[in-house]
Design a protein around this ligand. Structure first.
Ligand SMILES: C[S@@+](CC[C@H](N)C(=O)[O-])C[C@H]1O[C@@H](n2cnc3c(N)ncnc32)[C@H](O)[C@@H]1O
Ligand code: SF4
Length: 363
């Protein structure tokens, strides 16, 4: 049996944050319920022969913003159509839609890990980016999640309007004081077409400089380390998320829902970004069969984001001698920036700030 990760995309939120370019938005209950029916249909249509599911990630959007009965319908469909041997089952949400009742329901469904979008614990920053919660909502939510006994992760962002290095350091300490076992820290990507991009363009809001944003990220990394949450991937610290590690190691996965990506049975496919099209069954937009060389290059690109780096034996067994020789000759040309031993090739920590340009050499 081959291991498979399952991703479910719930594209609904209580309101749209000014910086967000994800397939997500506000919808009414009728749309949400037709959407759940469409996901259940897509799950039922998947030929699961030969697969055993070891991770599930319900993300979005904001899965906690919909009724937990909707989540139950989807989980029951997964349980019916797949053989499960779960090592991790995550649900993602935002601070004011997690409740004790929902958490209890998720636990009954098998969830063992919760992720919450904190972003910042400064009310002026939160308001400037259009978050619907306050700093105290986020602190109460972290407490609620910790009290549940589940594994807890929090998302933070740096490079936001009104953020200073001191504000970020204080926020990071408060987040980690809660005792969480995992933090993701993202540098703001100013996506074109978002409300934040136009507020910055018309001078209403000012962003910290790139150098300041790098200092903020480094501060979060340093503070996380002090709490025992070591960086294992560019944006992630603490006990690794098994589902995401699966993506970075090119494990097979099946994504269900609007805009969800999949990679299984040697094929990559992407669902439509259009919610109505998805609901009416017009799901797939691209379908491609990557070559071995493409997969090898993608494996390098993704593994080099991990602090552990590329597992040389795994690479060789998956992609063969030719890809191995090509990869080693590029690695030797980049030896100054890389740590190479018998088992792994990784980017030296002091060069992680130029990791993208090092990784590009392998593509
Ligand atoms: C899809 S959201 C899920 C969590 C939940 N919807 C929330 O916002 O609380 C995943 C995370 O991506 C990050 N994110 C979203 N848009 C981003 C952007 N433009 N730049 C950097 N990080 C972003 C945020 O940290 C967010 O928590
Ligand atoms: S950041 Fe999260 S809550 Fe905000 S719009 Fe995006 S998905 Fe929704």
């Amino acid at each position: 049996m081959k291991k498979l990760g399952i991703y479910i995309h719930i594209p609904f939120c209580e309101s749209k944050c000014y910086y967000c370019d994800f397939t997500s938005g506000v919808s009414n209950n009728d749309v949400i319920s037709s959407y759940a029916d469409a996901i259940v249909r897509e799950i039922n249509e998947f030929d699961s022969t030969g697969y055993i599911v070891d991770t599930i990630f319900i993300g979005g959007g904001t899965p906690t913003s919909v009724s937990s009965d909707i989540i139950e319908d989807i989980v029951l469909a997964i349980r019916k159509n797949f053989v499960l041997s779960l090592v991790e089952f995550t649900i993602e949400g935002n601070p004011n839609s997690y409740t004790k009742q929902k958490l209890d329901h998720y636990i009954r469904l098998g969830v063992d890990r919760v992720s919450v979008g904190v972003q910042s614990l400064n009310d002026k920053v939160l308001k400037a980016i259009g978050r619907v919660h306050t700093s105290s909502d986020a602190k109460l939510c972290l407490q609620l999640l910790m009290d549940s006994g589940l594994k807890v992760s929090a998302d933070m962002m740096v490079g936001l309007p009104y953020q200073t290095l001191d504000i970020v350091k204080r926020d990071a300490k408060m987040v980690m004081d809660s005792g969480i076992g995992h933090v993701s820290c993202y540098s703001l990507i100013l996506e074109s077409g978002t409300k934040l991009a136009s507020k910055v363009a018309n001078g209403e809001l000012v962003l910290p400089s790139d150098d300041d944003a790098v200092d903020m990220y480094d501060a979060v990394m340093y503070i996380a380390k002090g709490y025992g949450l070591n960086r294992y991937e560019t944006s992630n610290f603490g006990v690794p998320c098994q589902h995401n590690v699966g993506y970075w190691k090119l494990k097979e996965y099946a994504g269900f829902g609007v805009s969800a990506h999949s990679f299984n049975k040697g094929v990559r496919y992407y669902n439509t970004n259009n919610l109505q099209d998805y609901i009416t069954g017009n799901k797939y937009i691209i379908d491609e069969k990557p070559t071995l060389a493409e997969l090898a290059s993608e494996y390098m690109m993704l593994s080099l984001r991990l602090d552990q780096g590329v597992d040389i034996e795994d690479f060789k067994s998956k992609y063969g001698d030719k890809s191995y020789n090509d990869m080693m000759s590029i690695a030797k040309g980049q030896a100054e920036y890389l740590h190479i031993d018998n088992r792994f090739i990784s980017i030296k920590p002091e060069y992680s700030y130029i990791s993208n340009s090092i990784i590009e050499k392998f593509i």
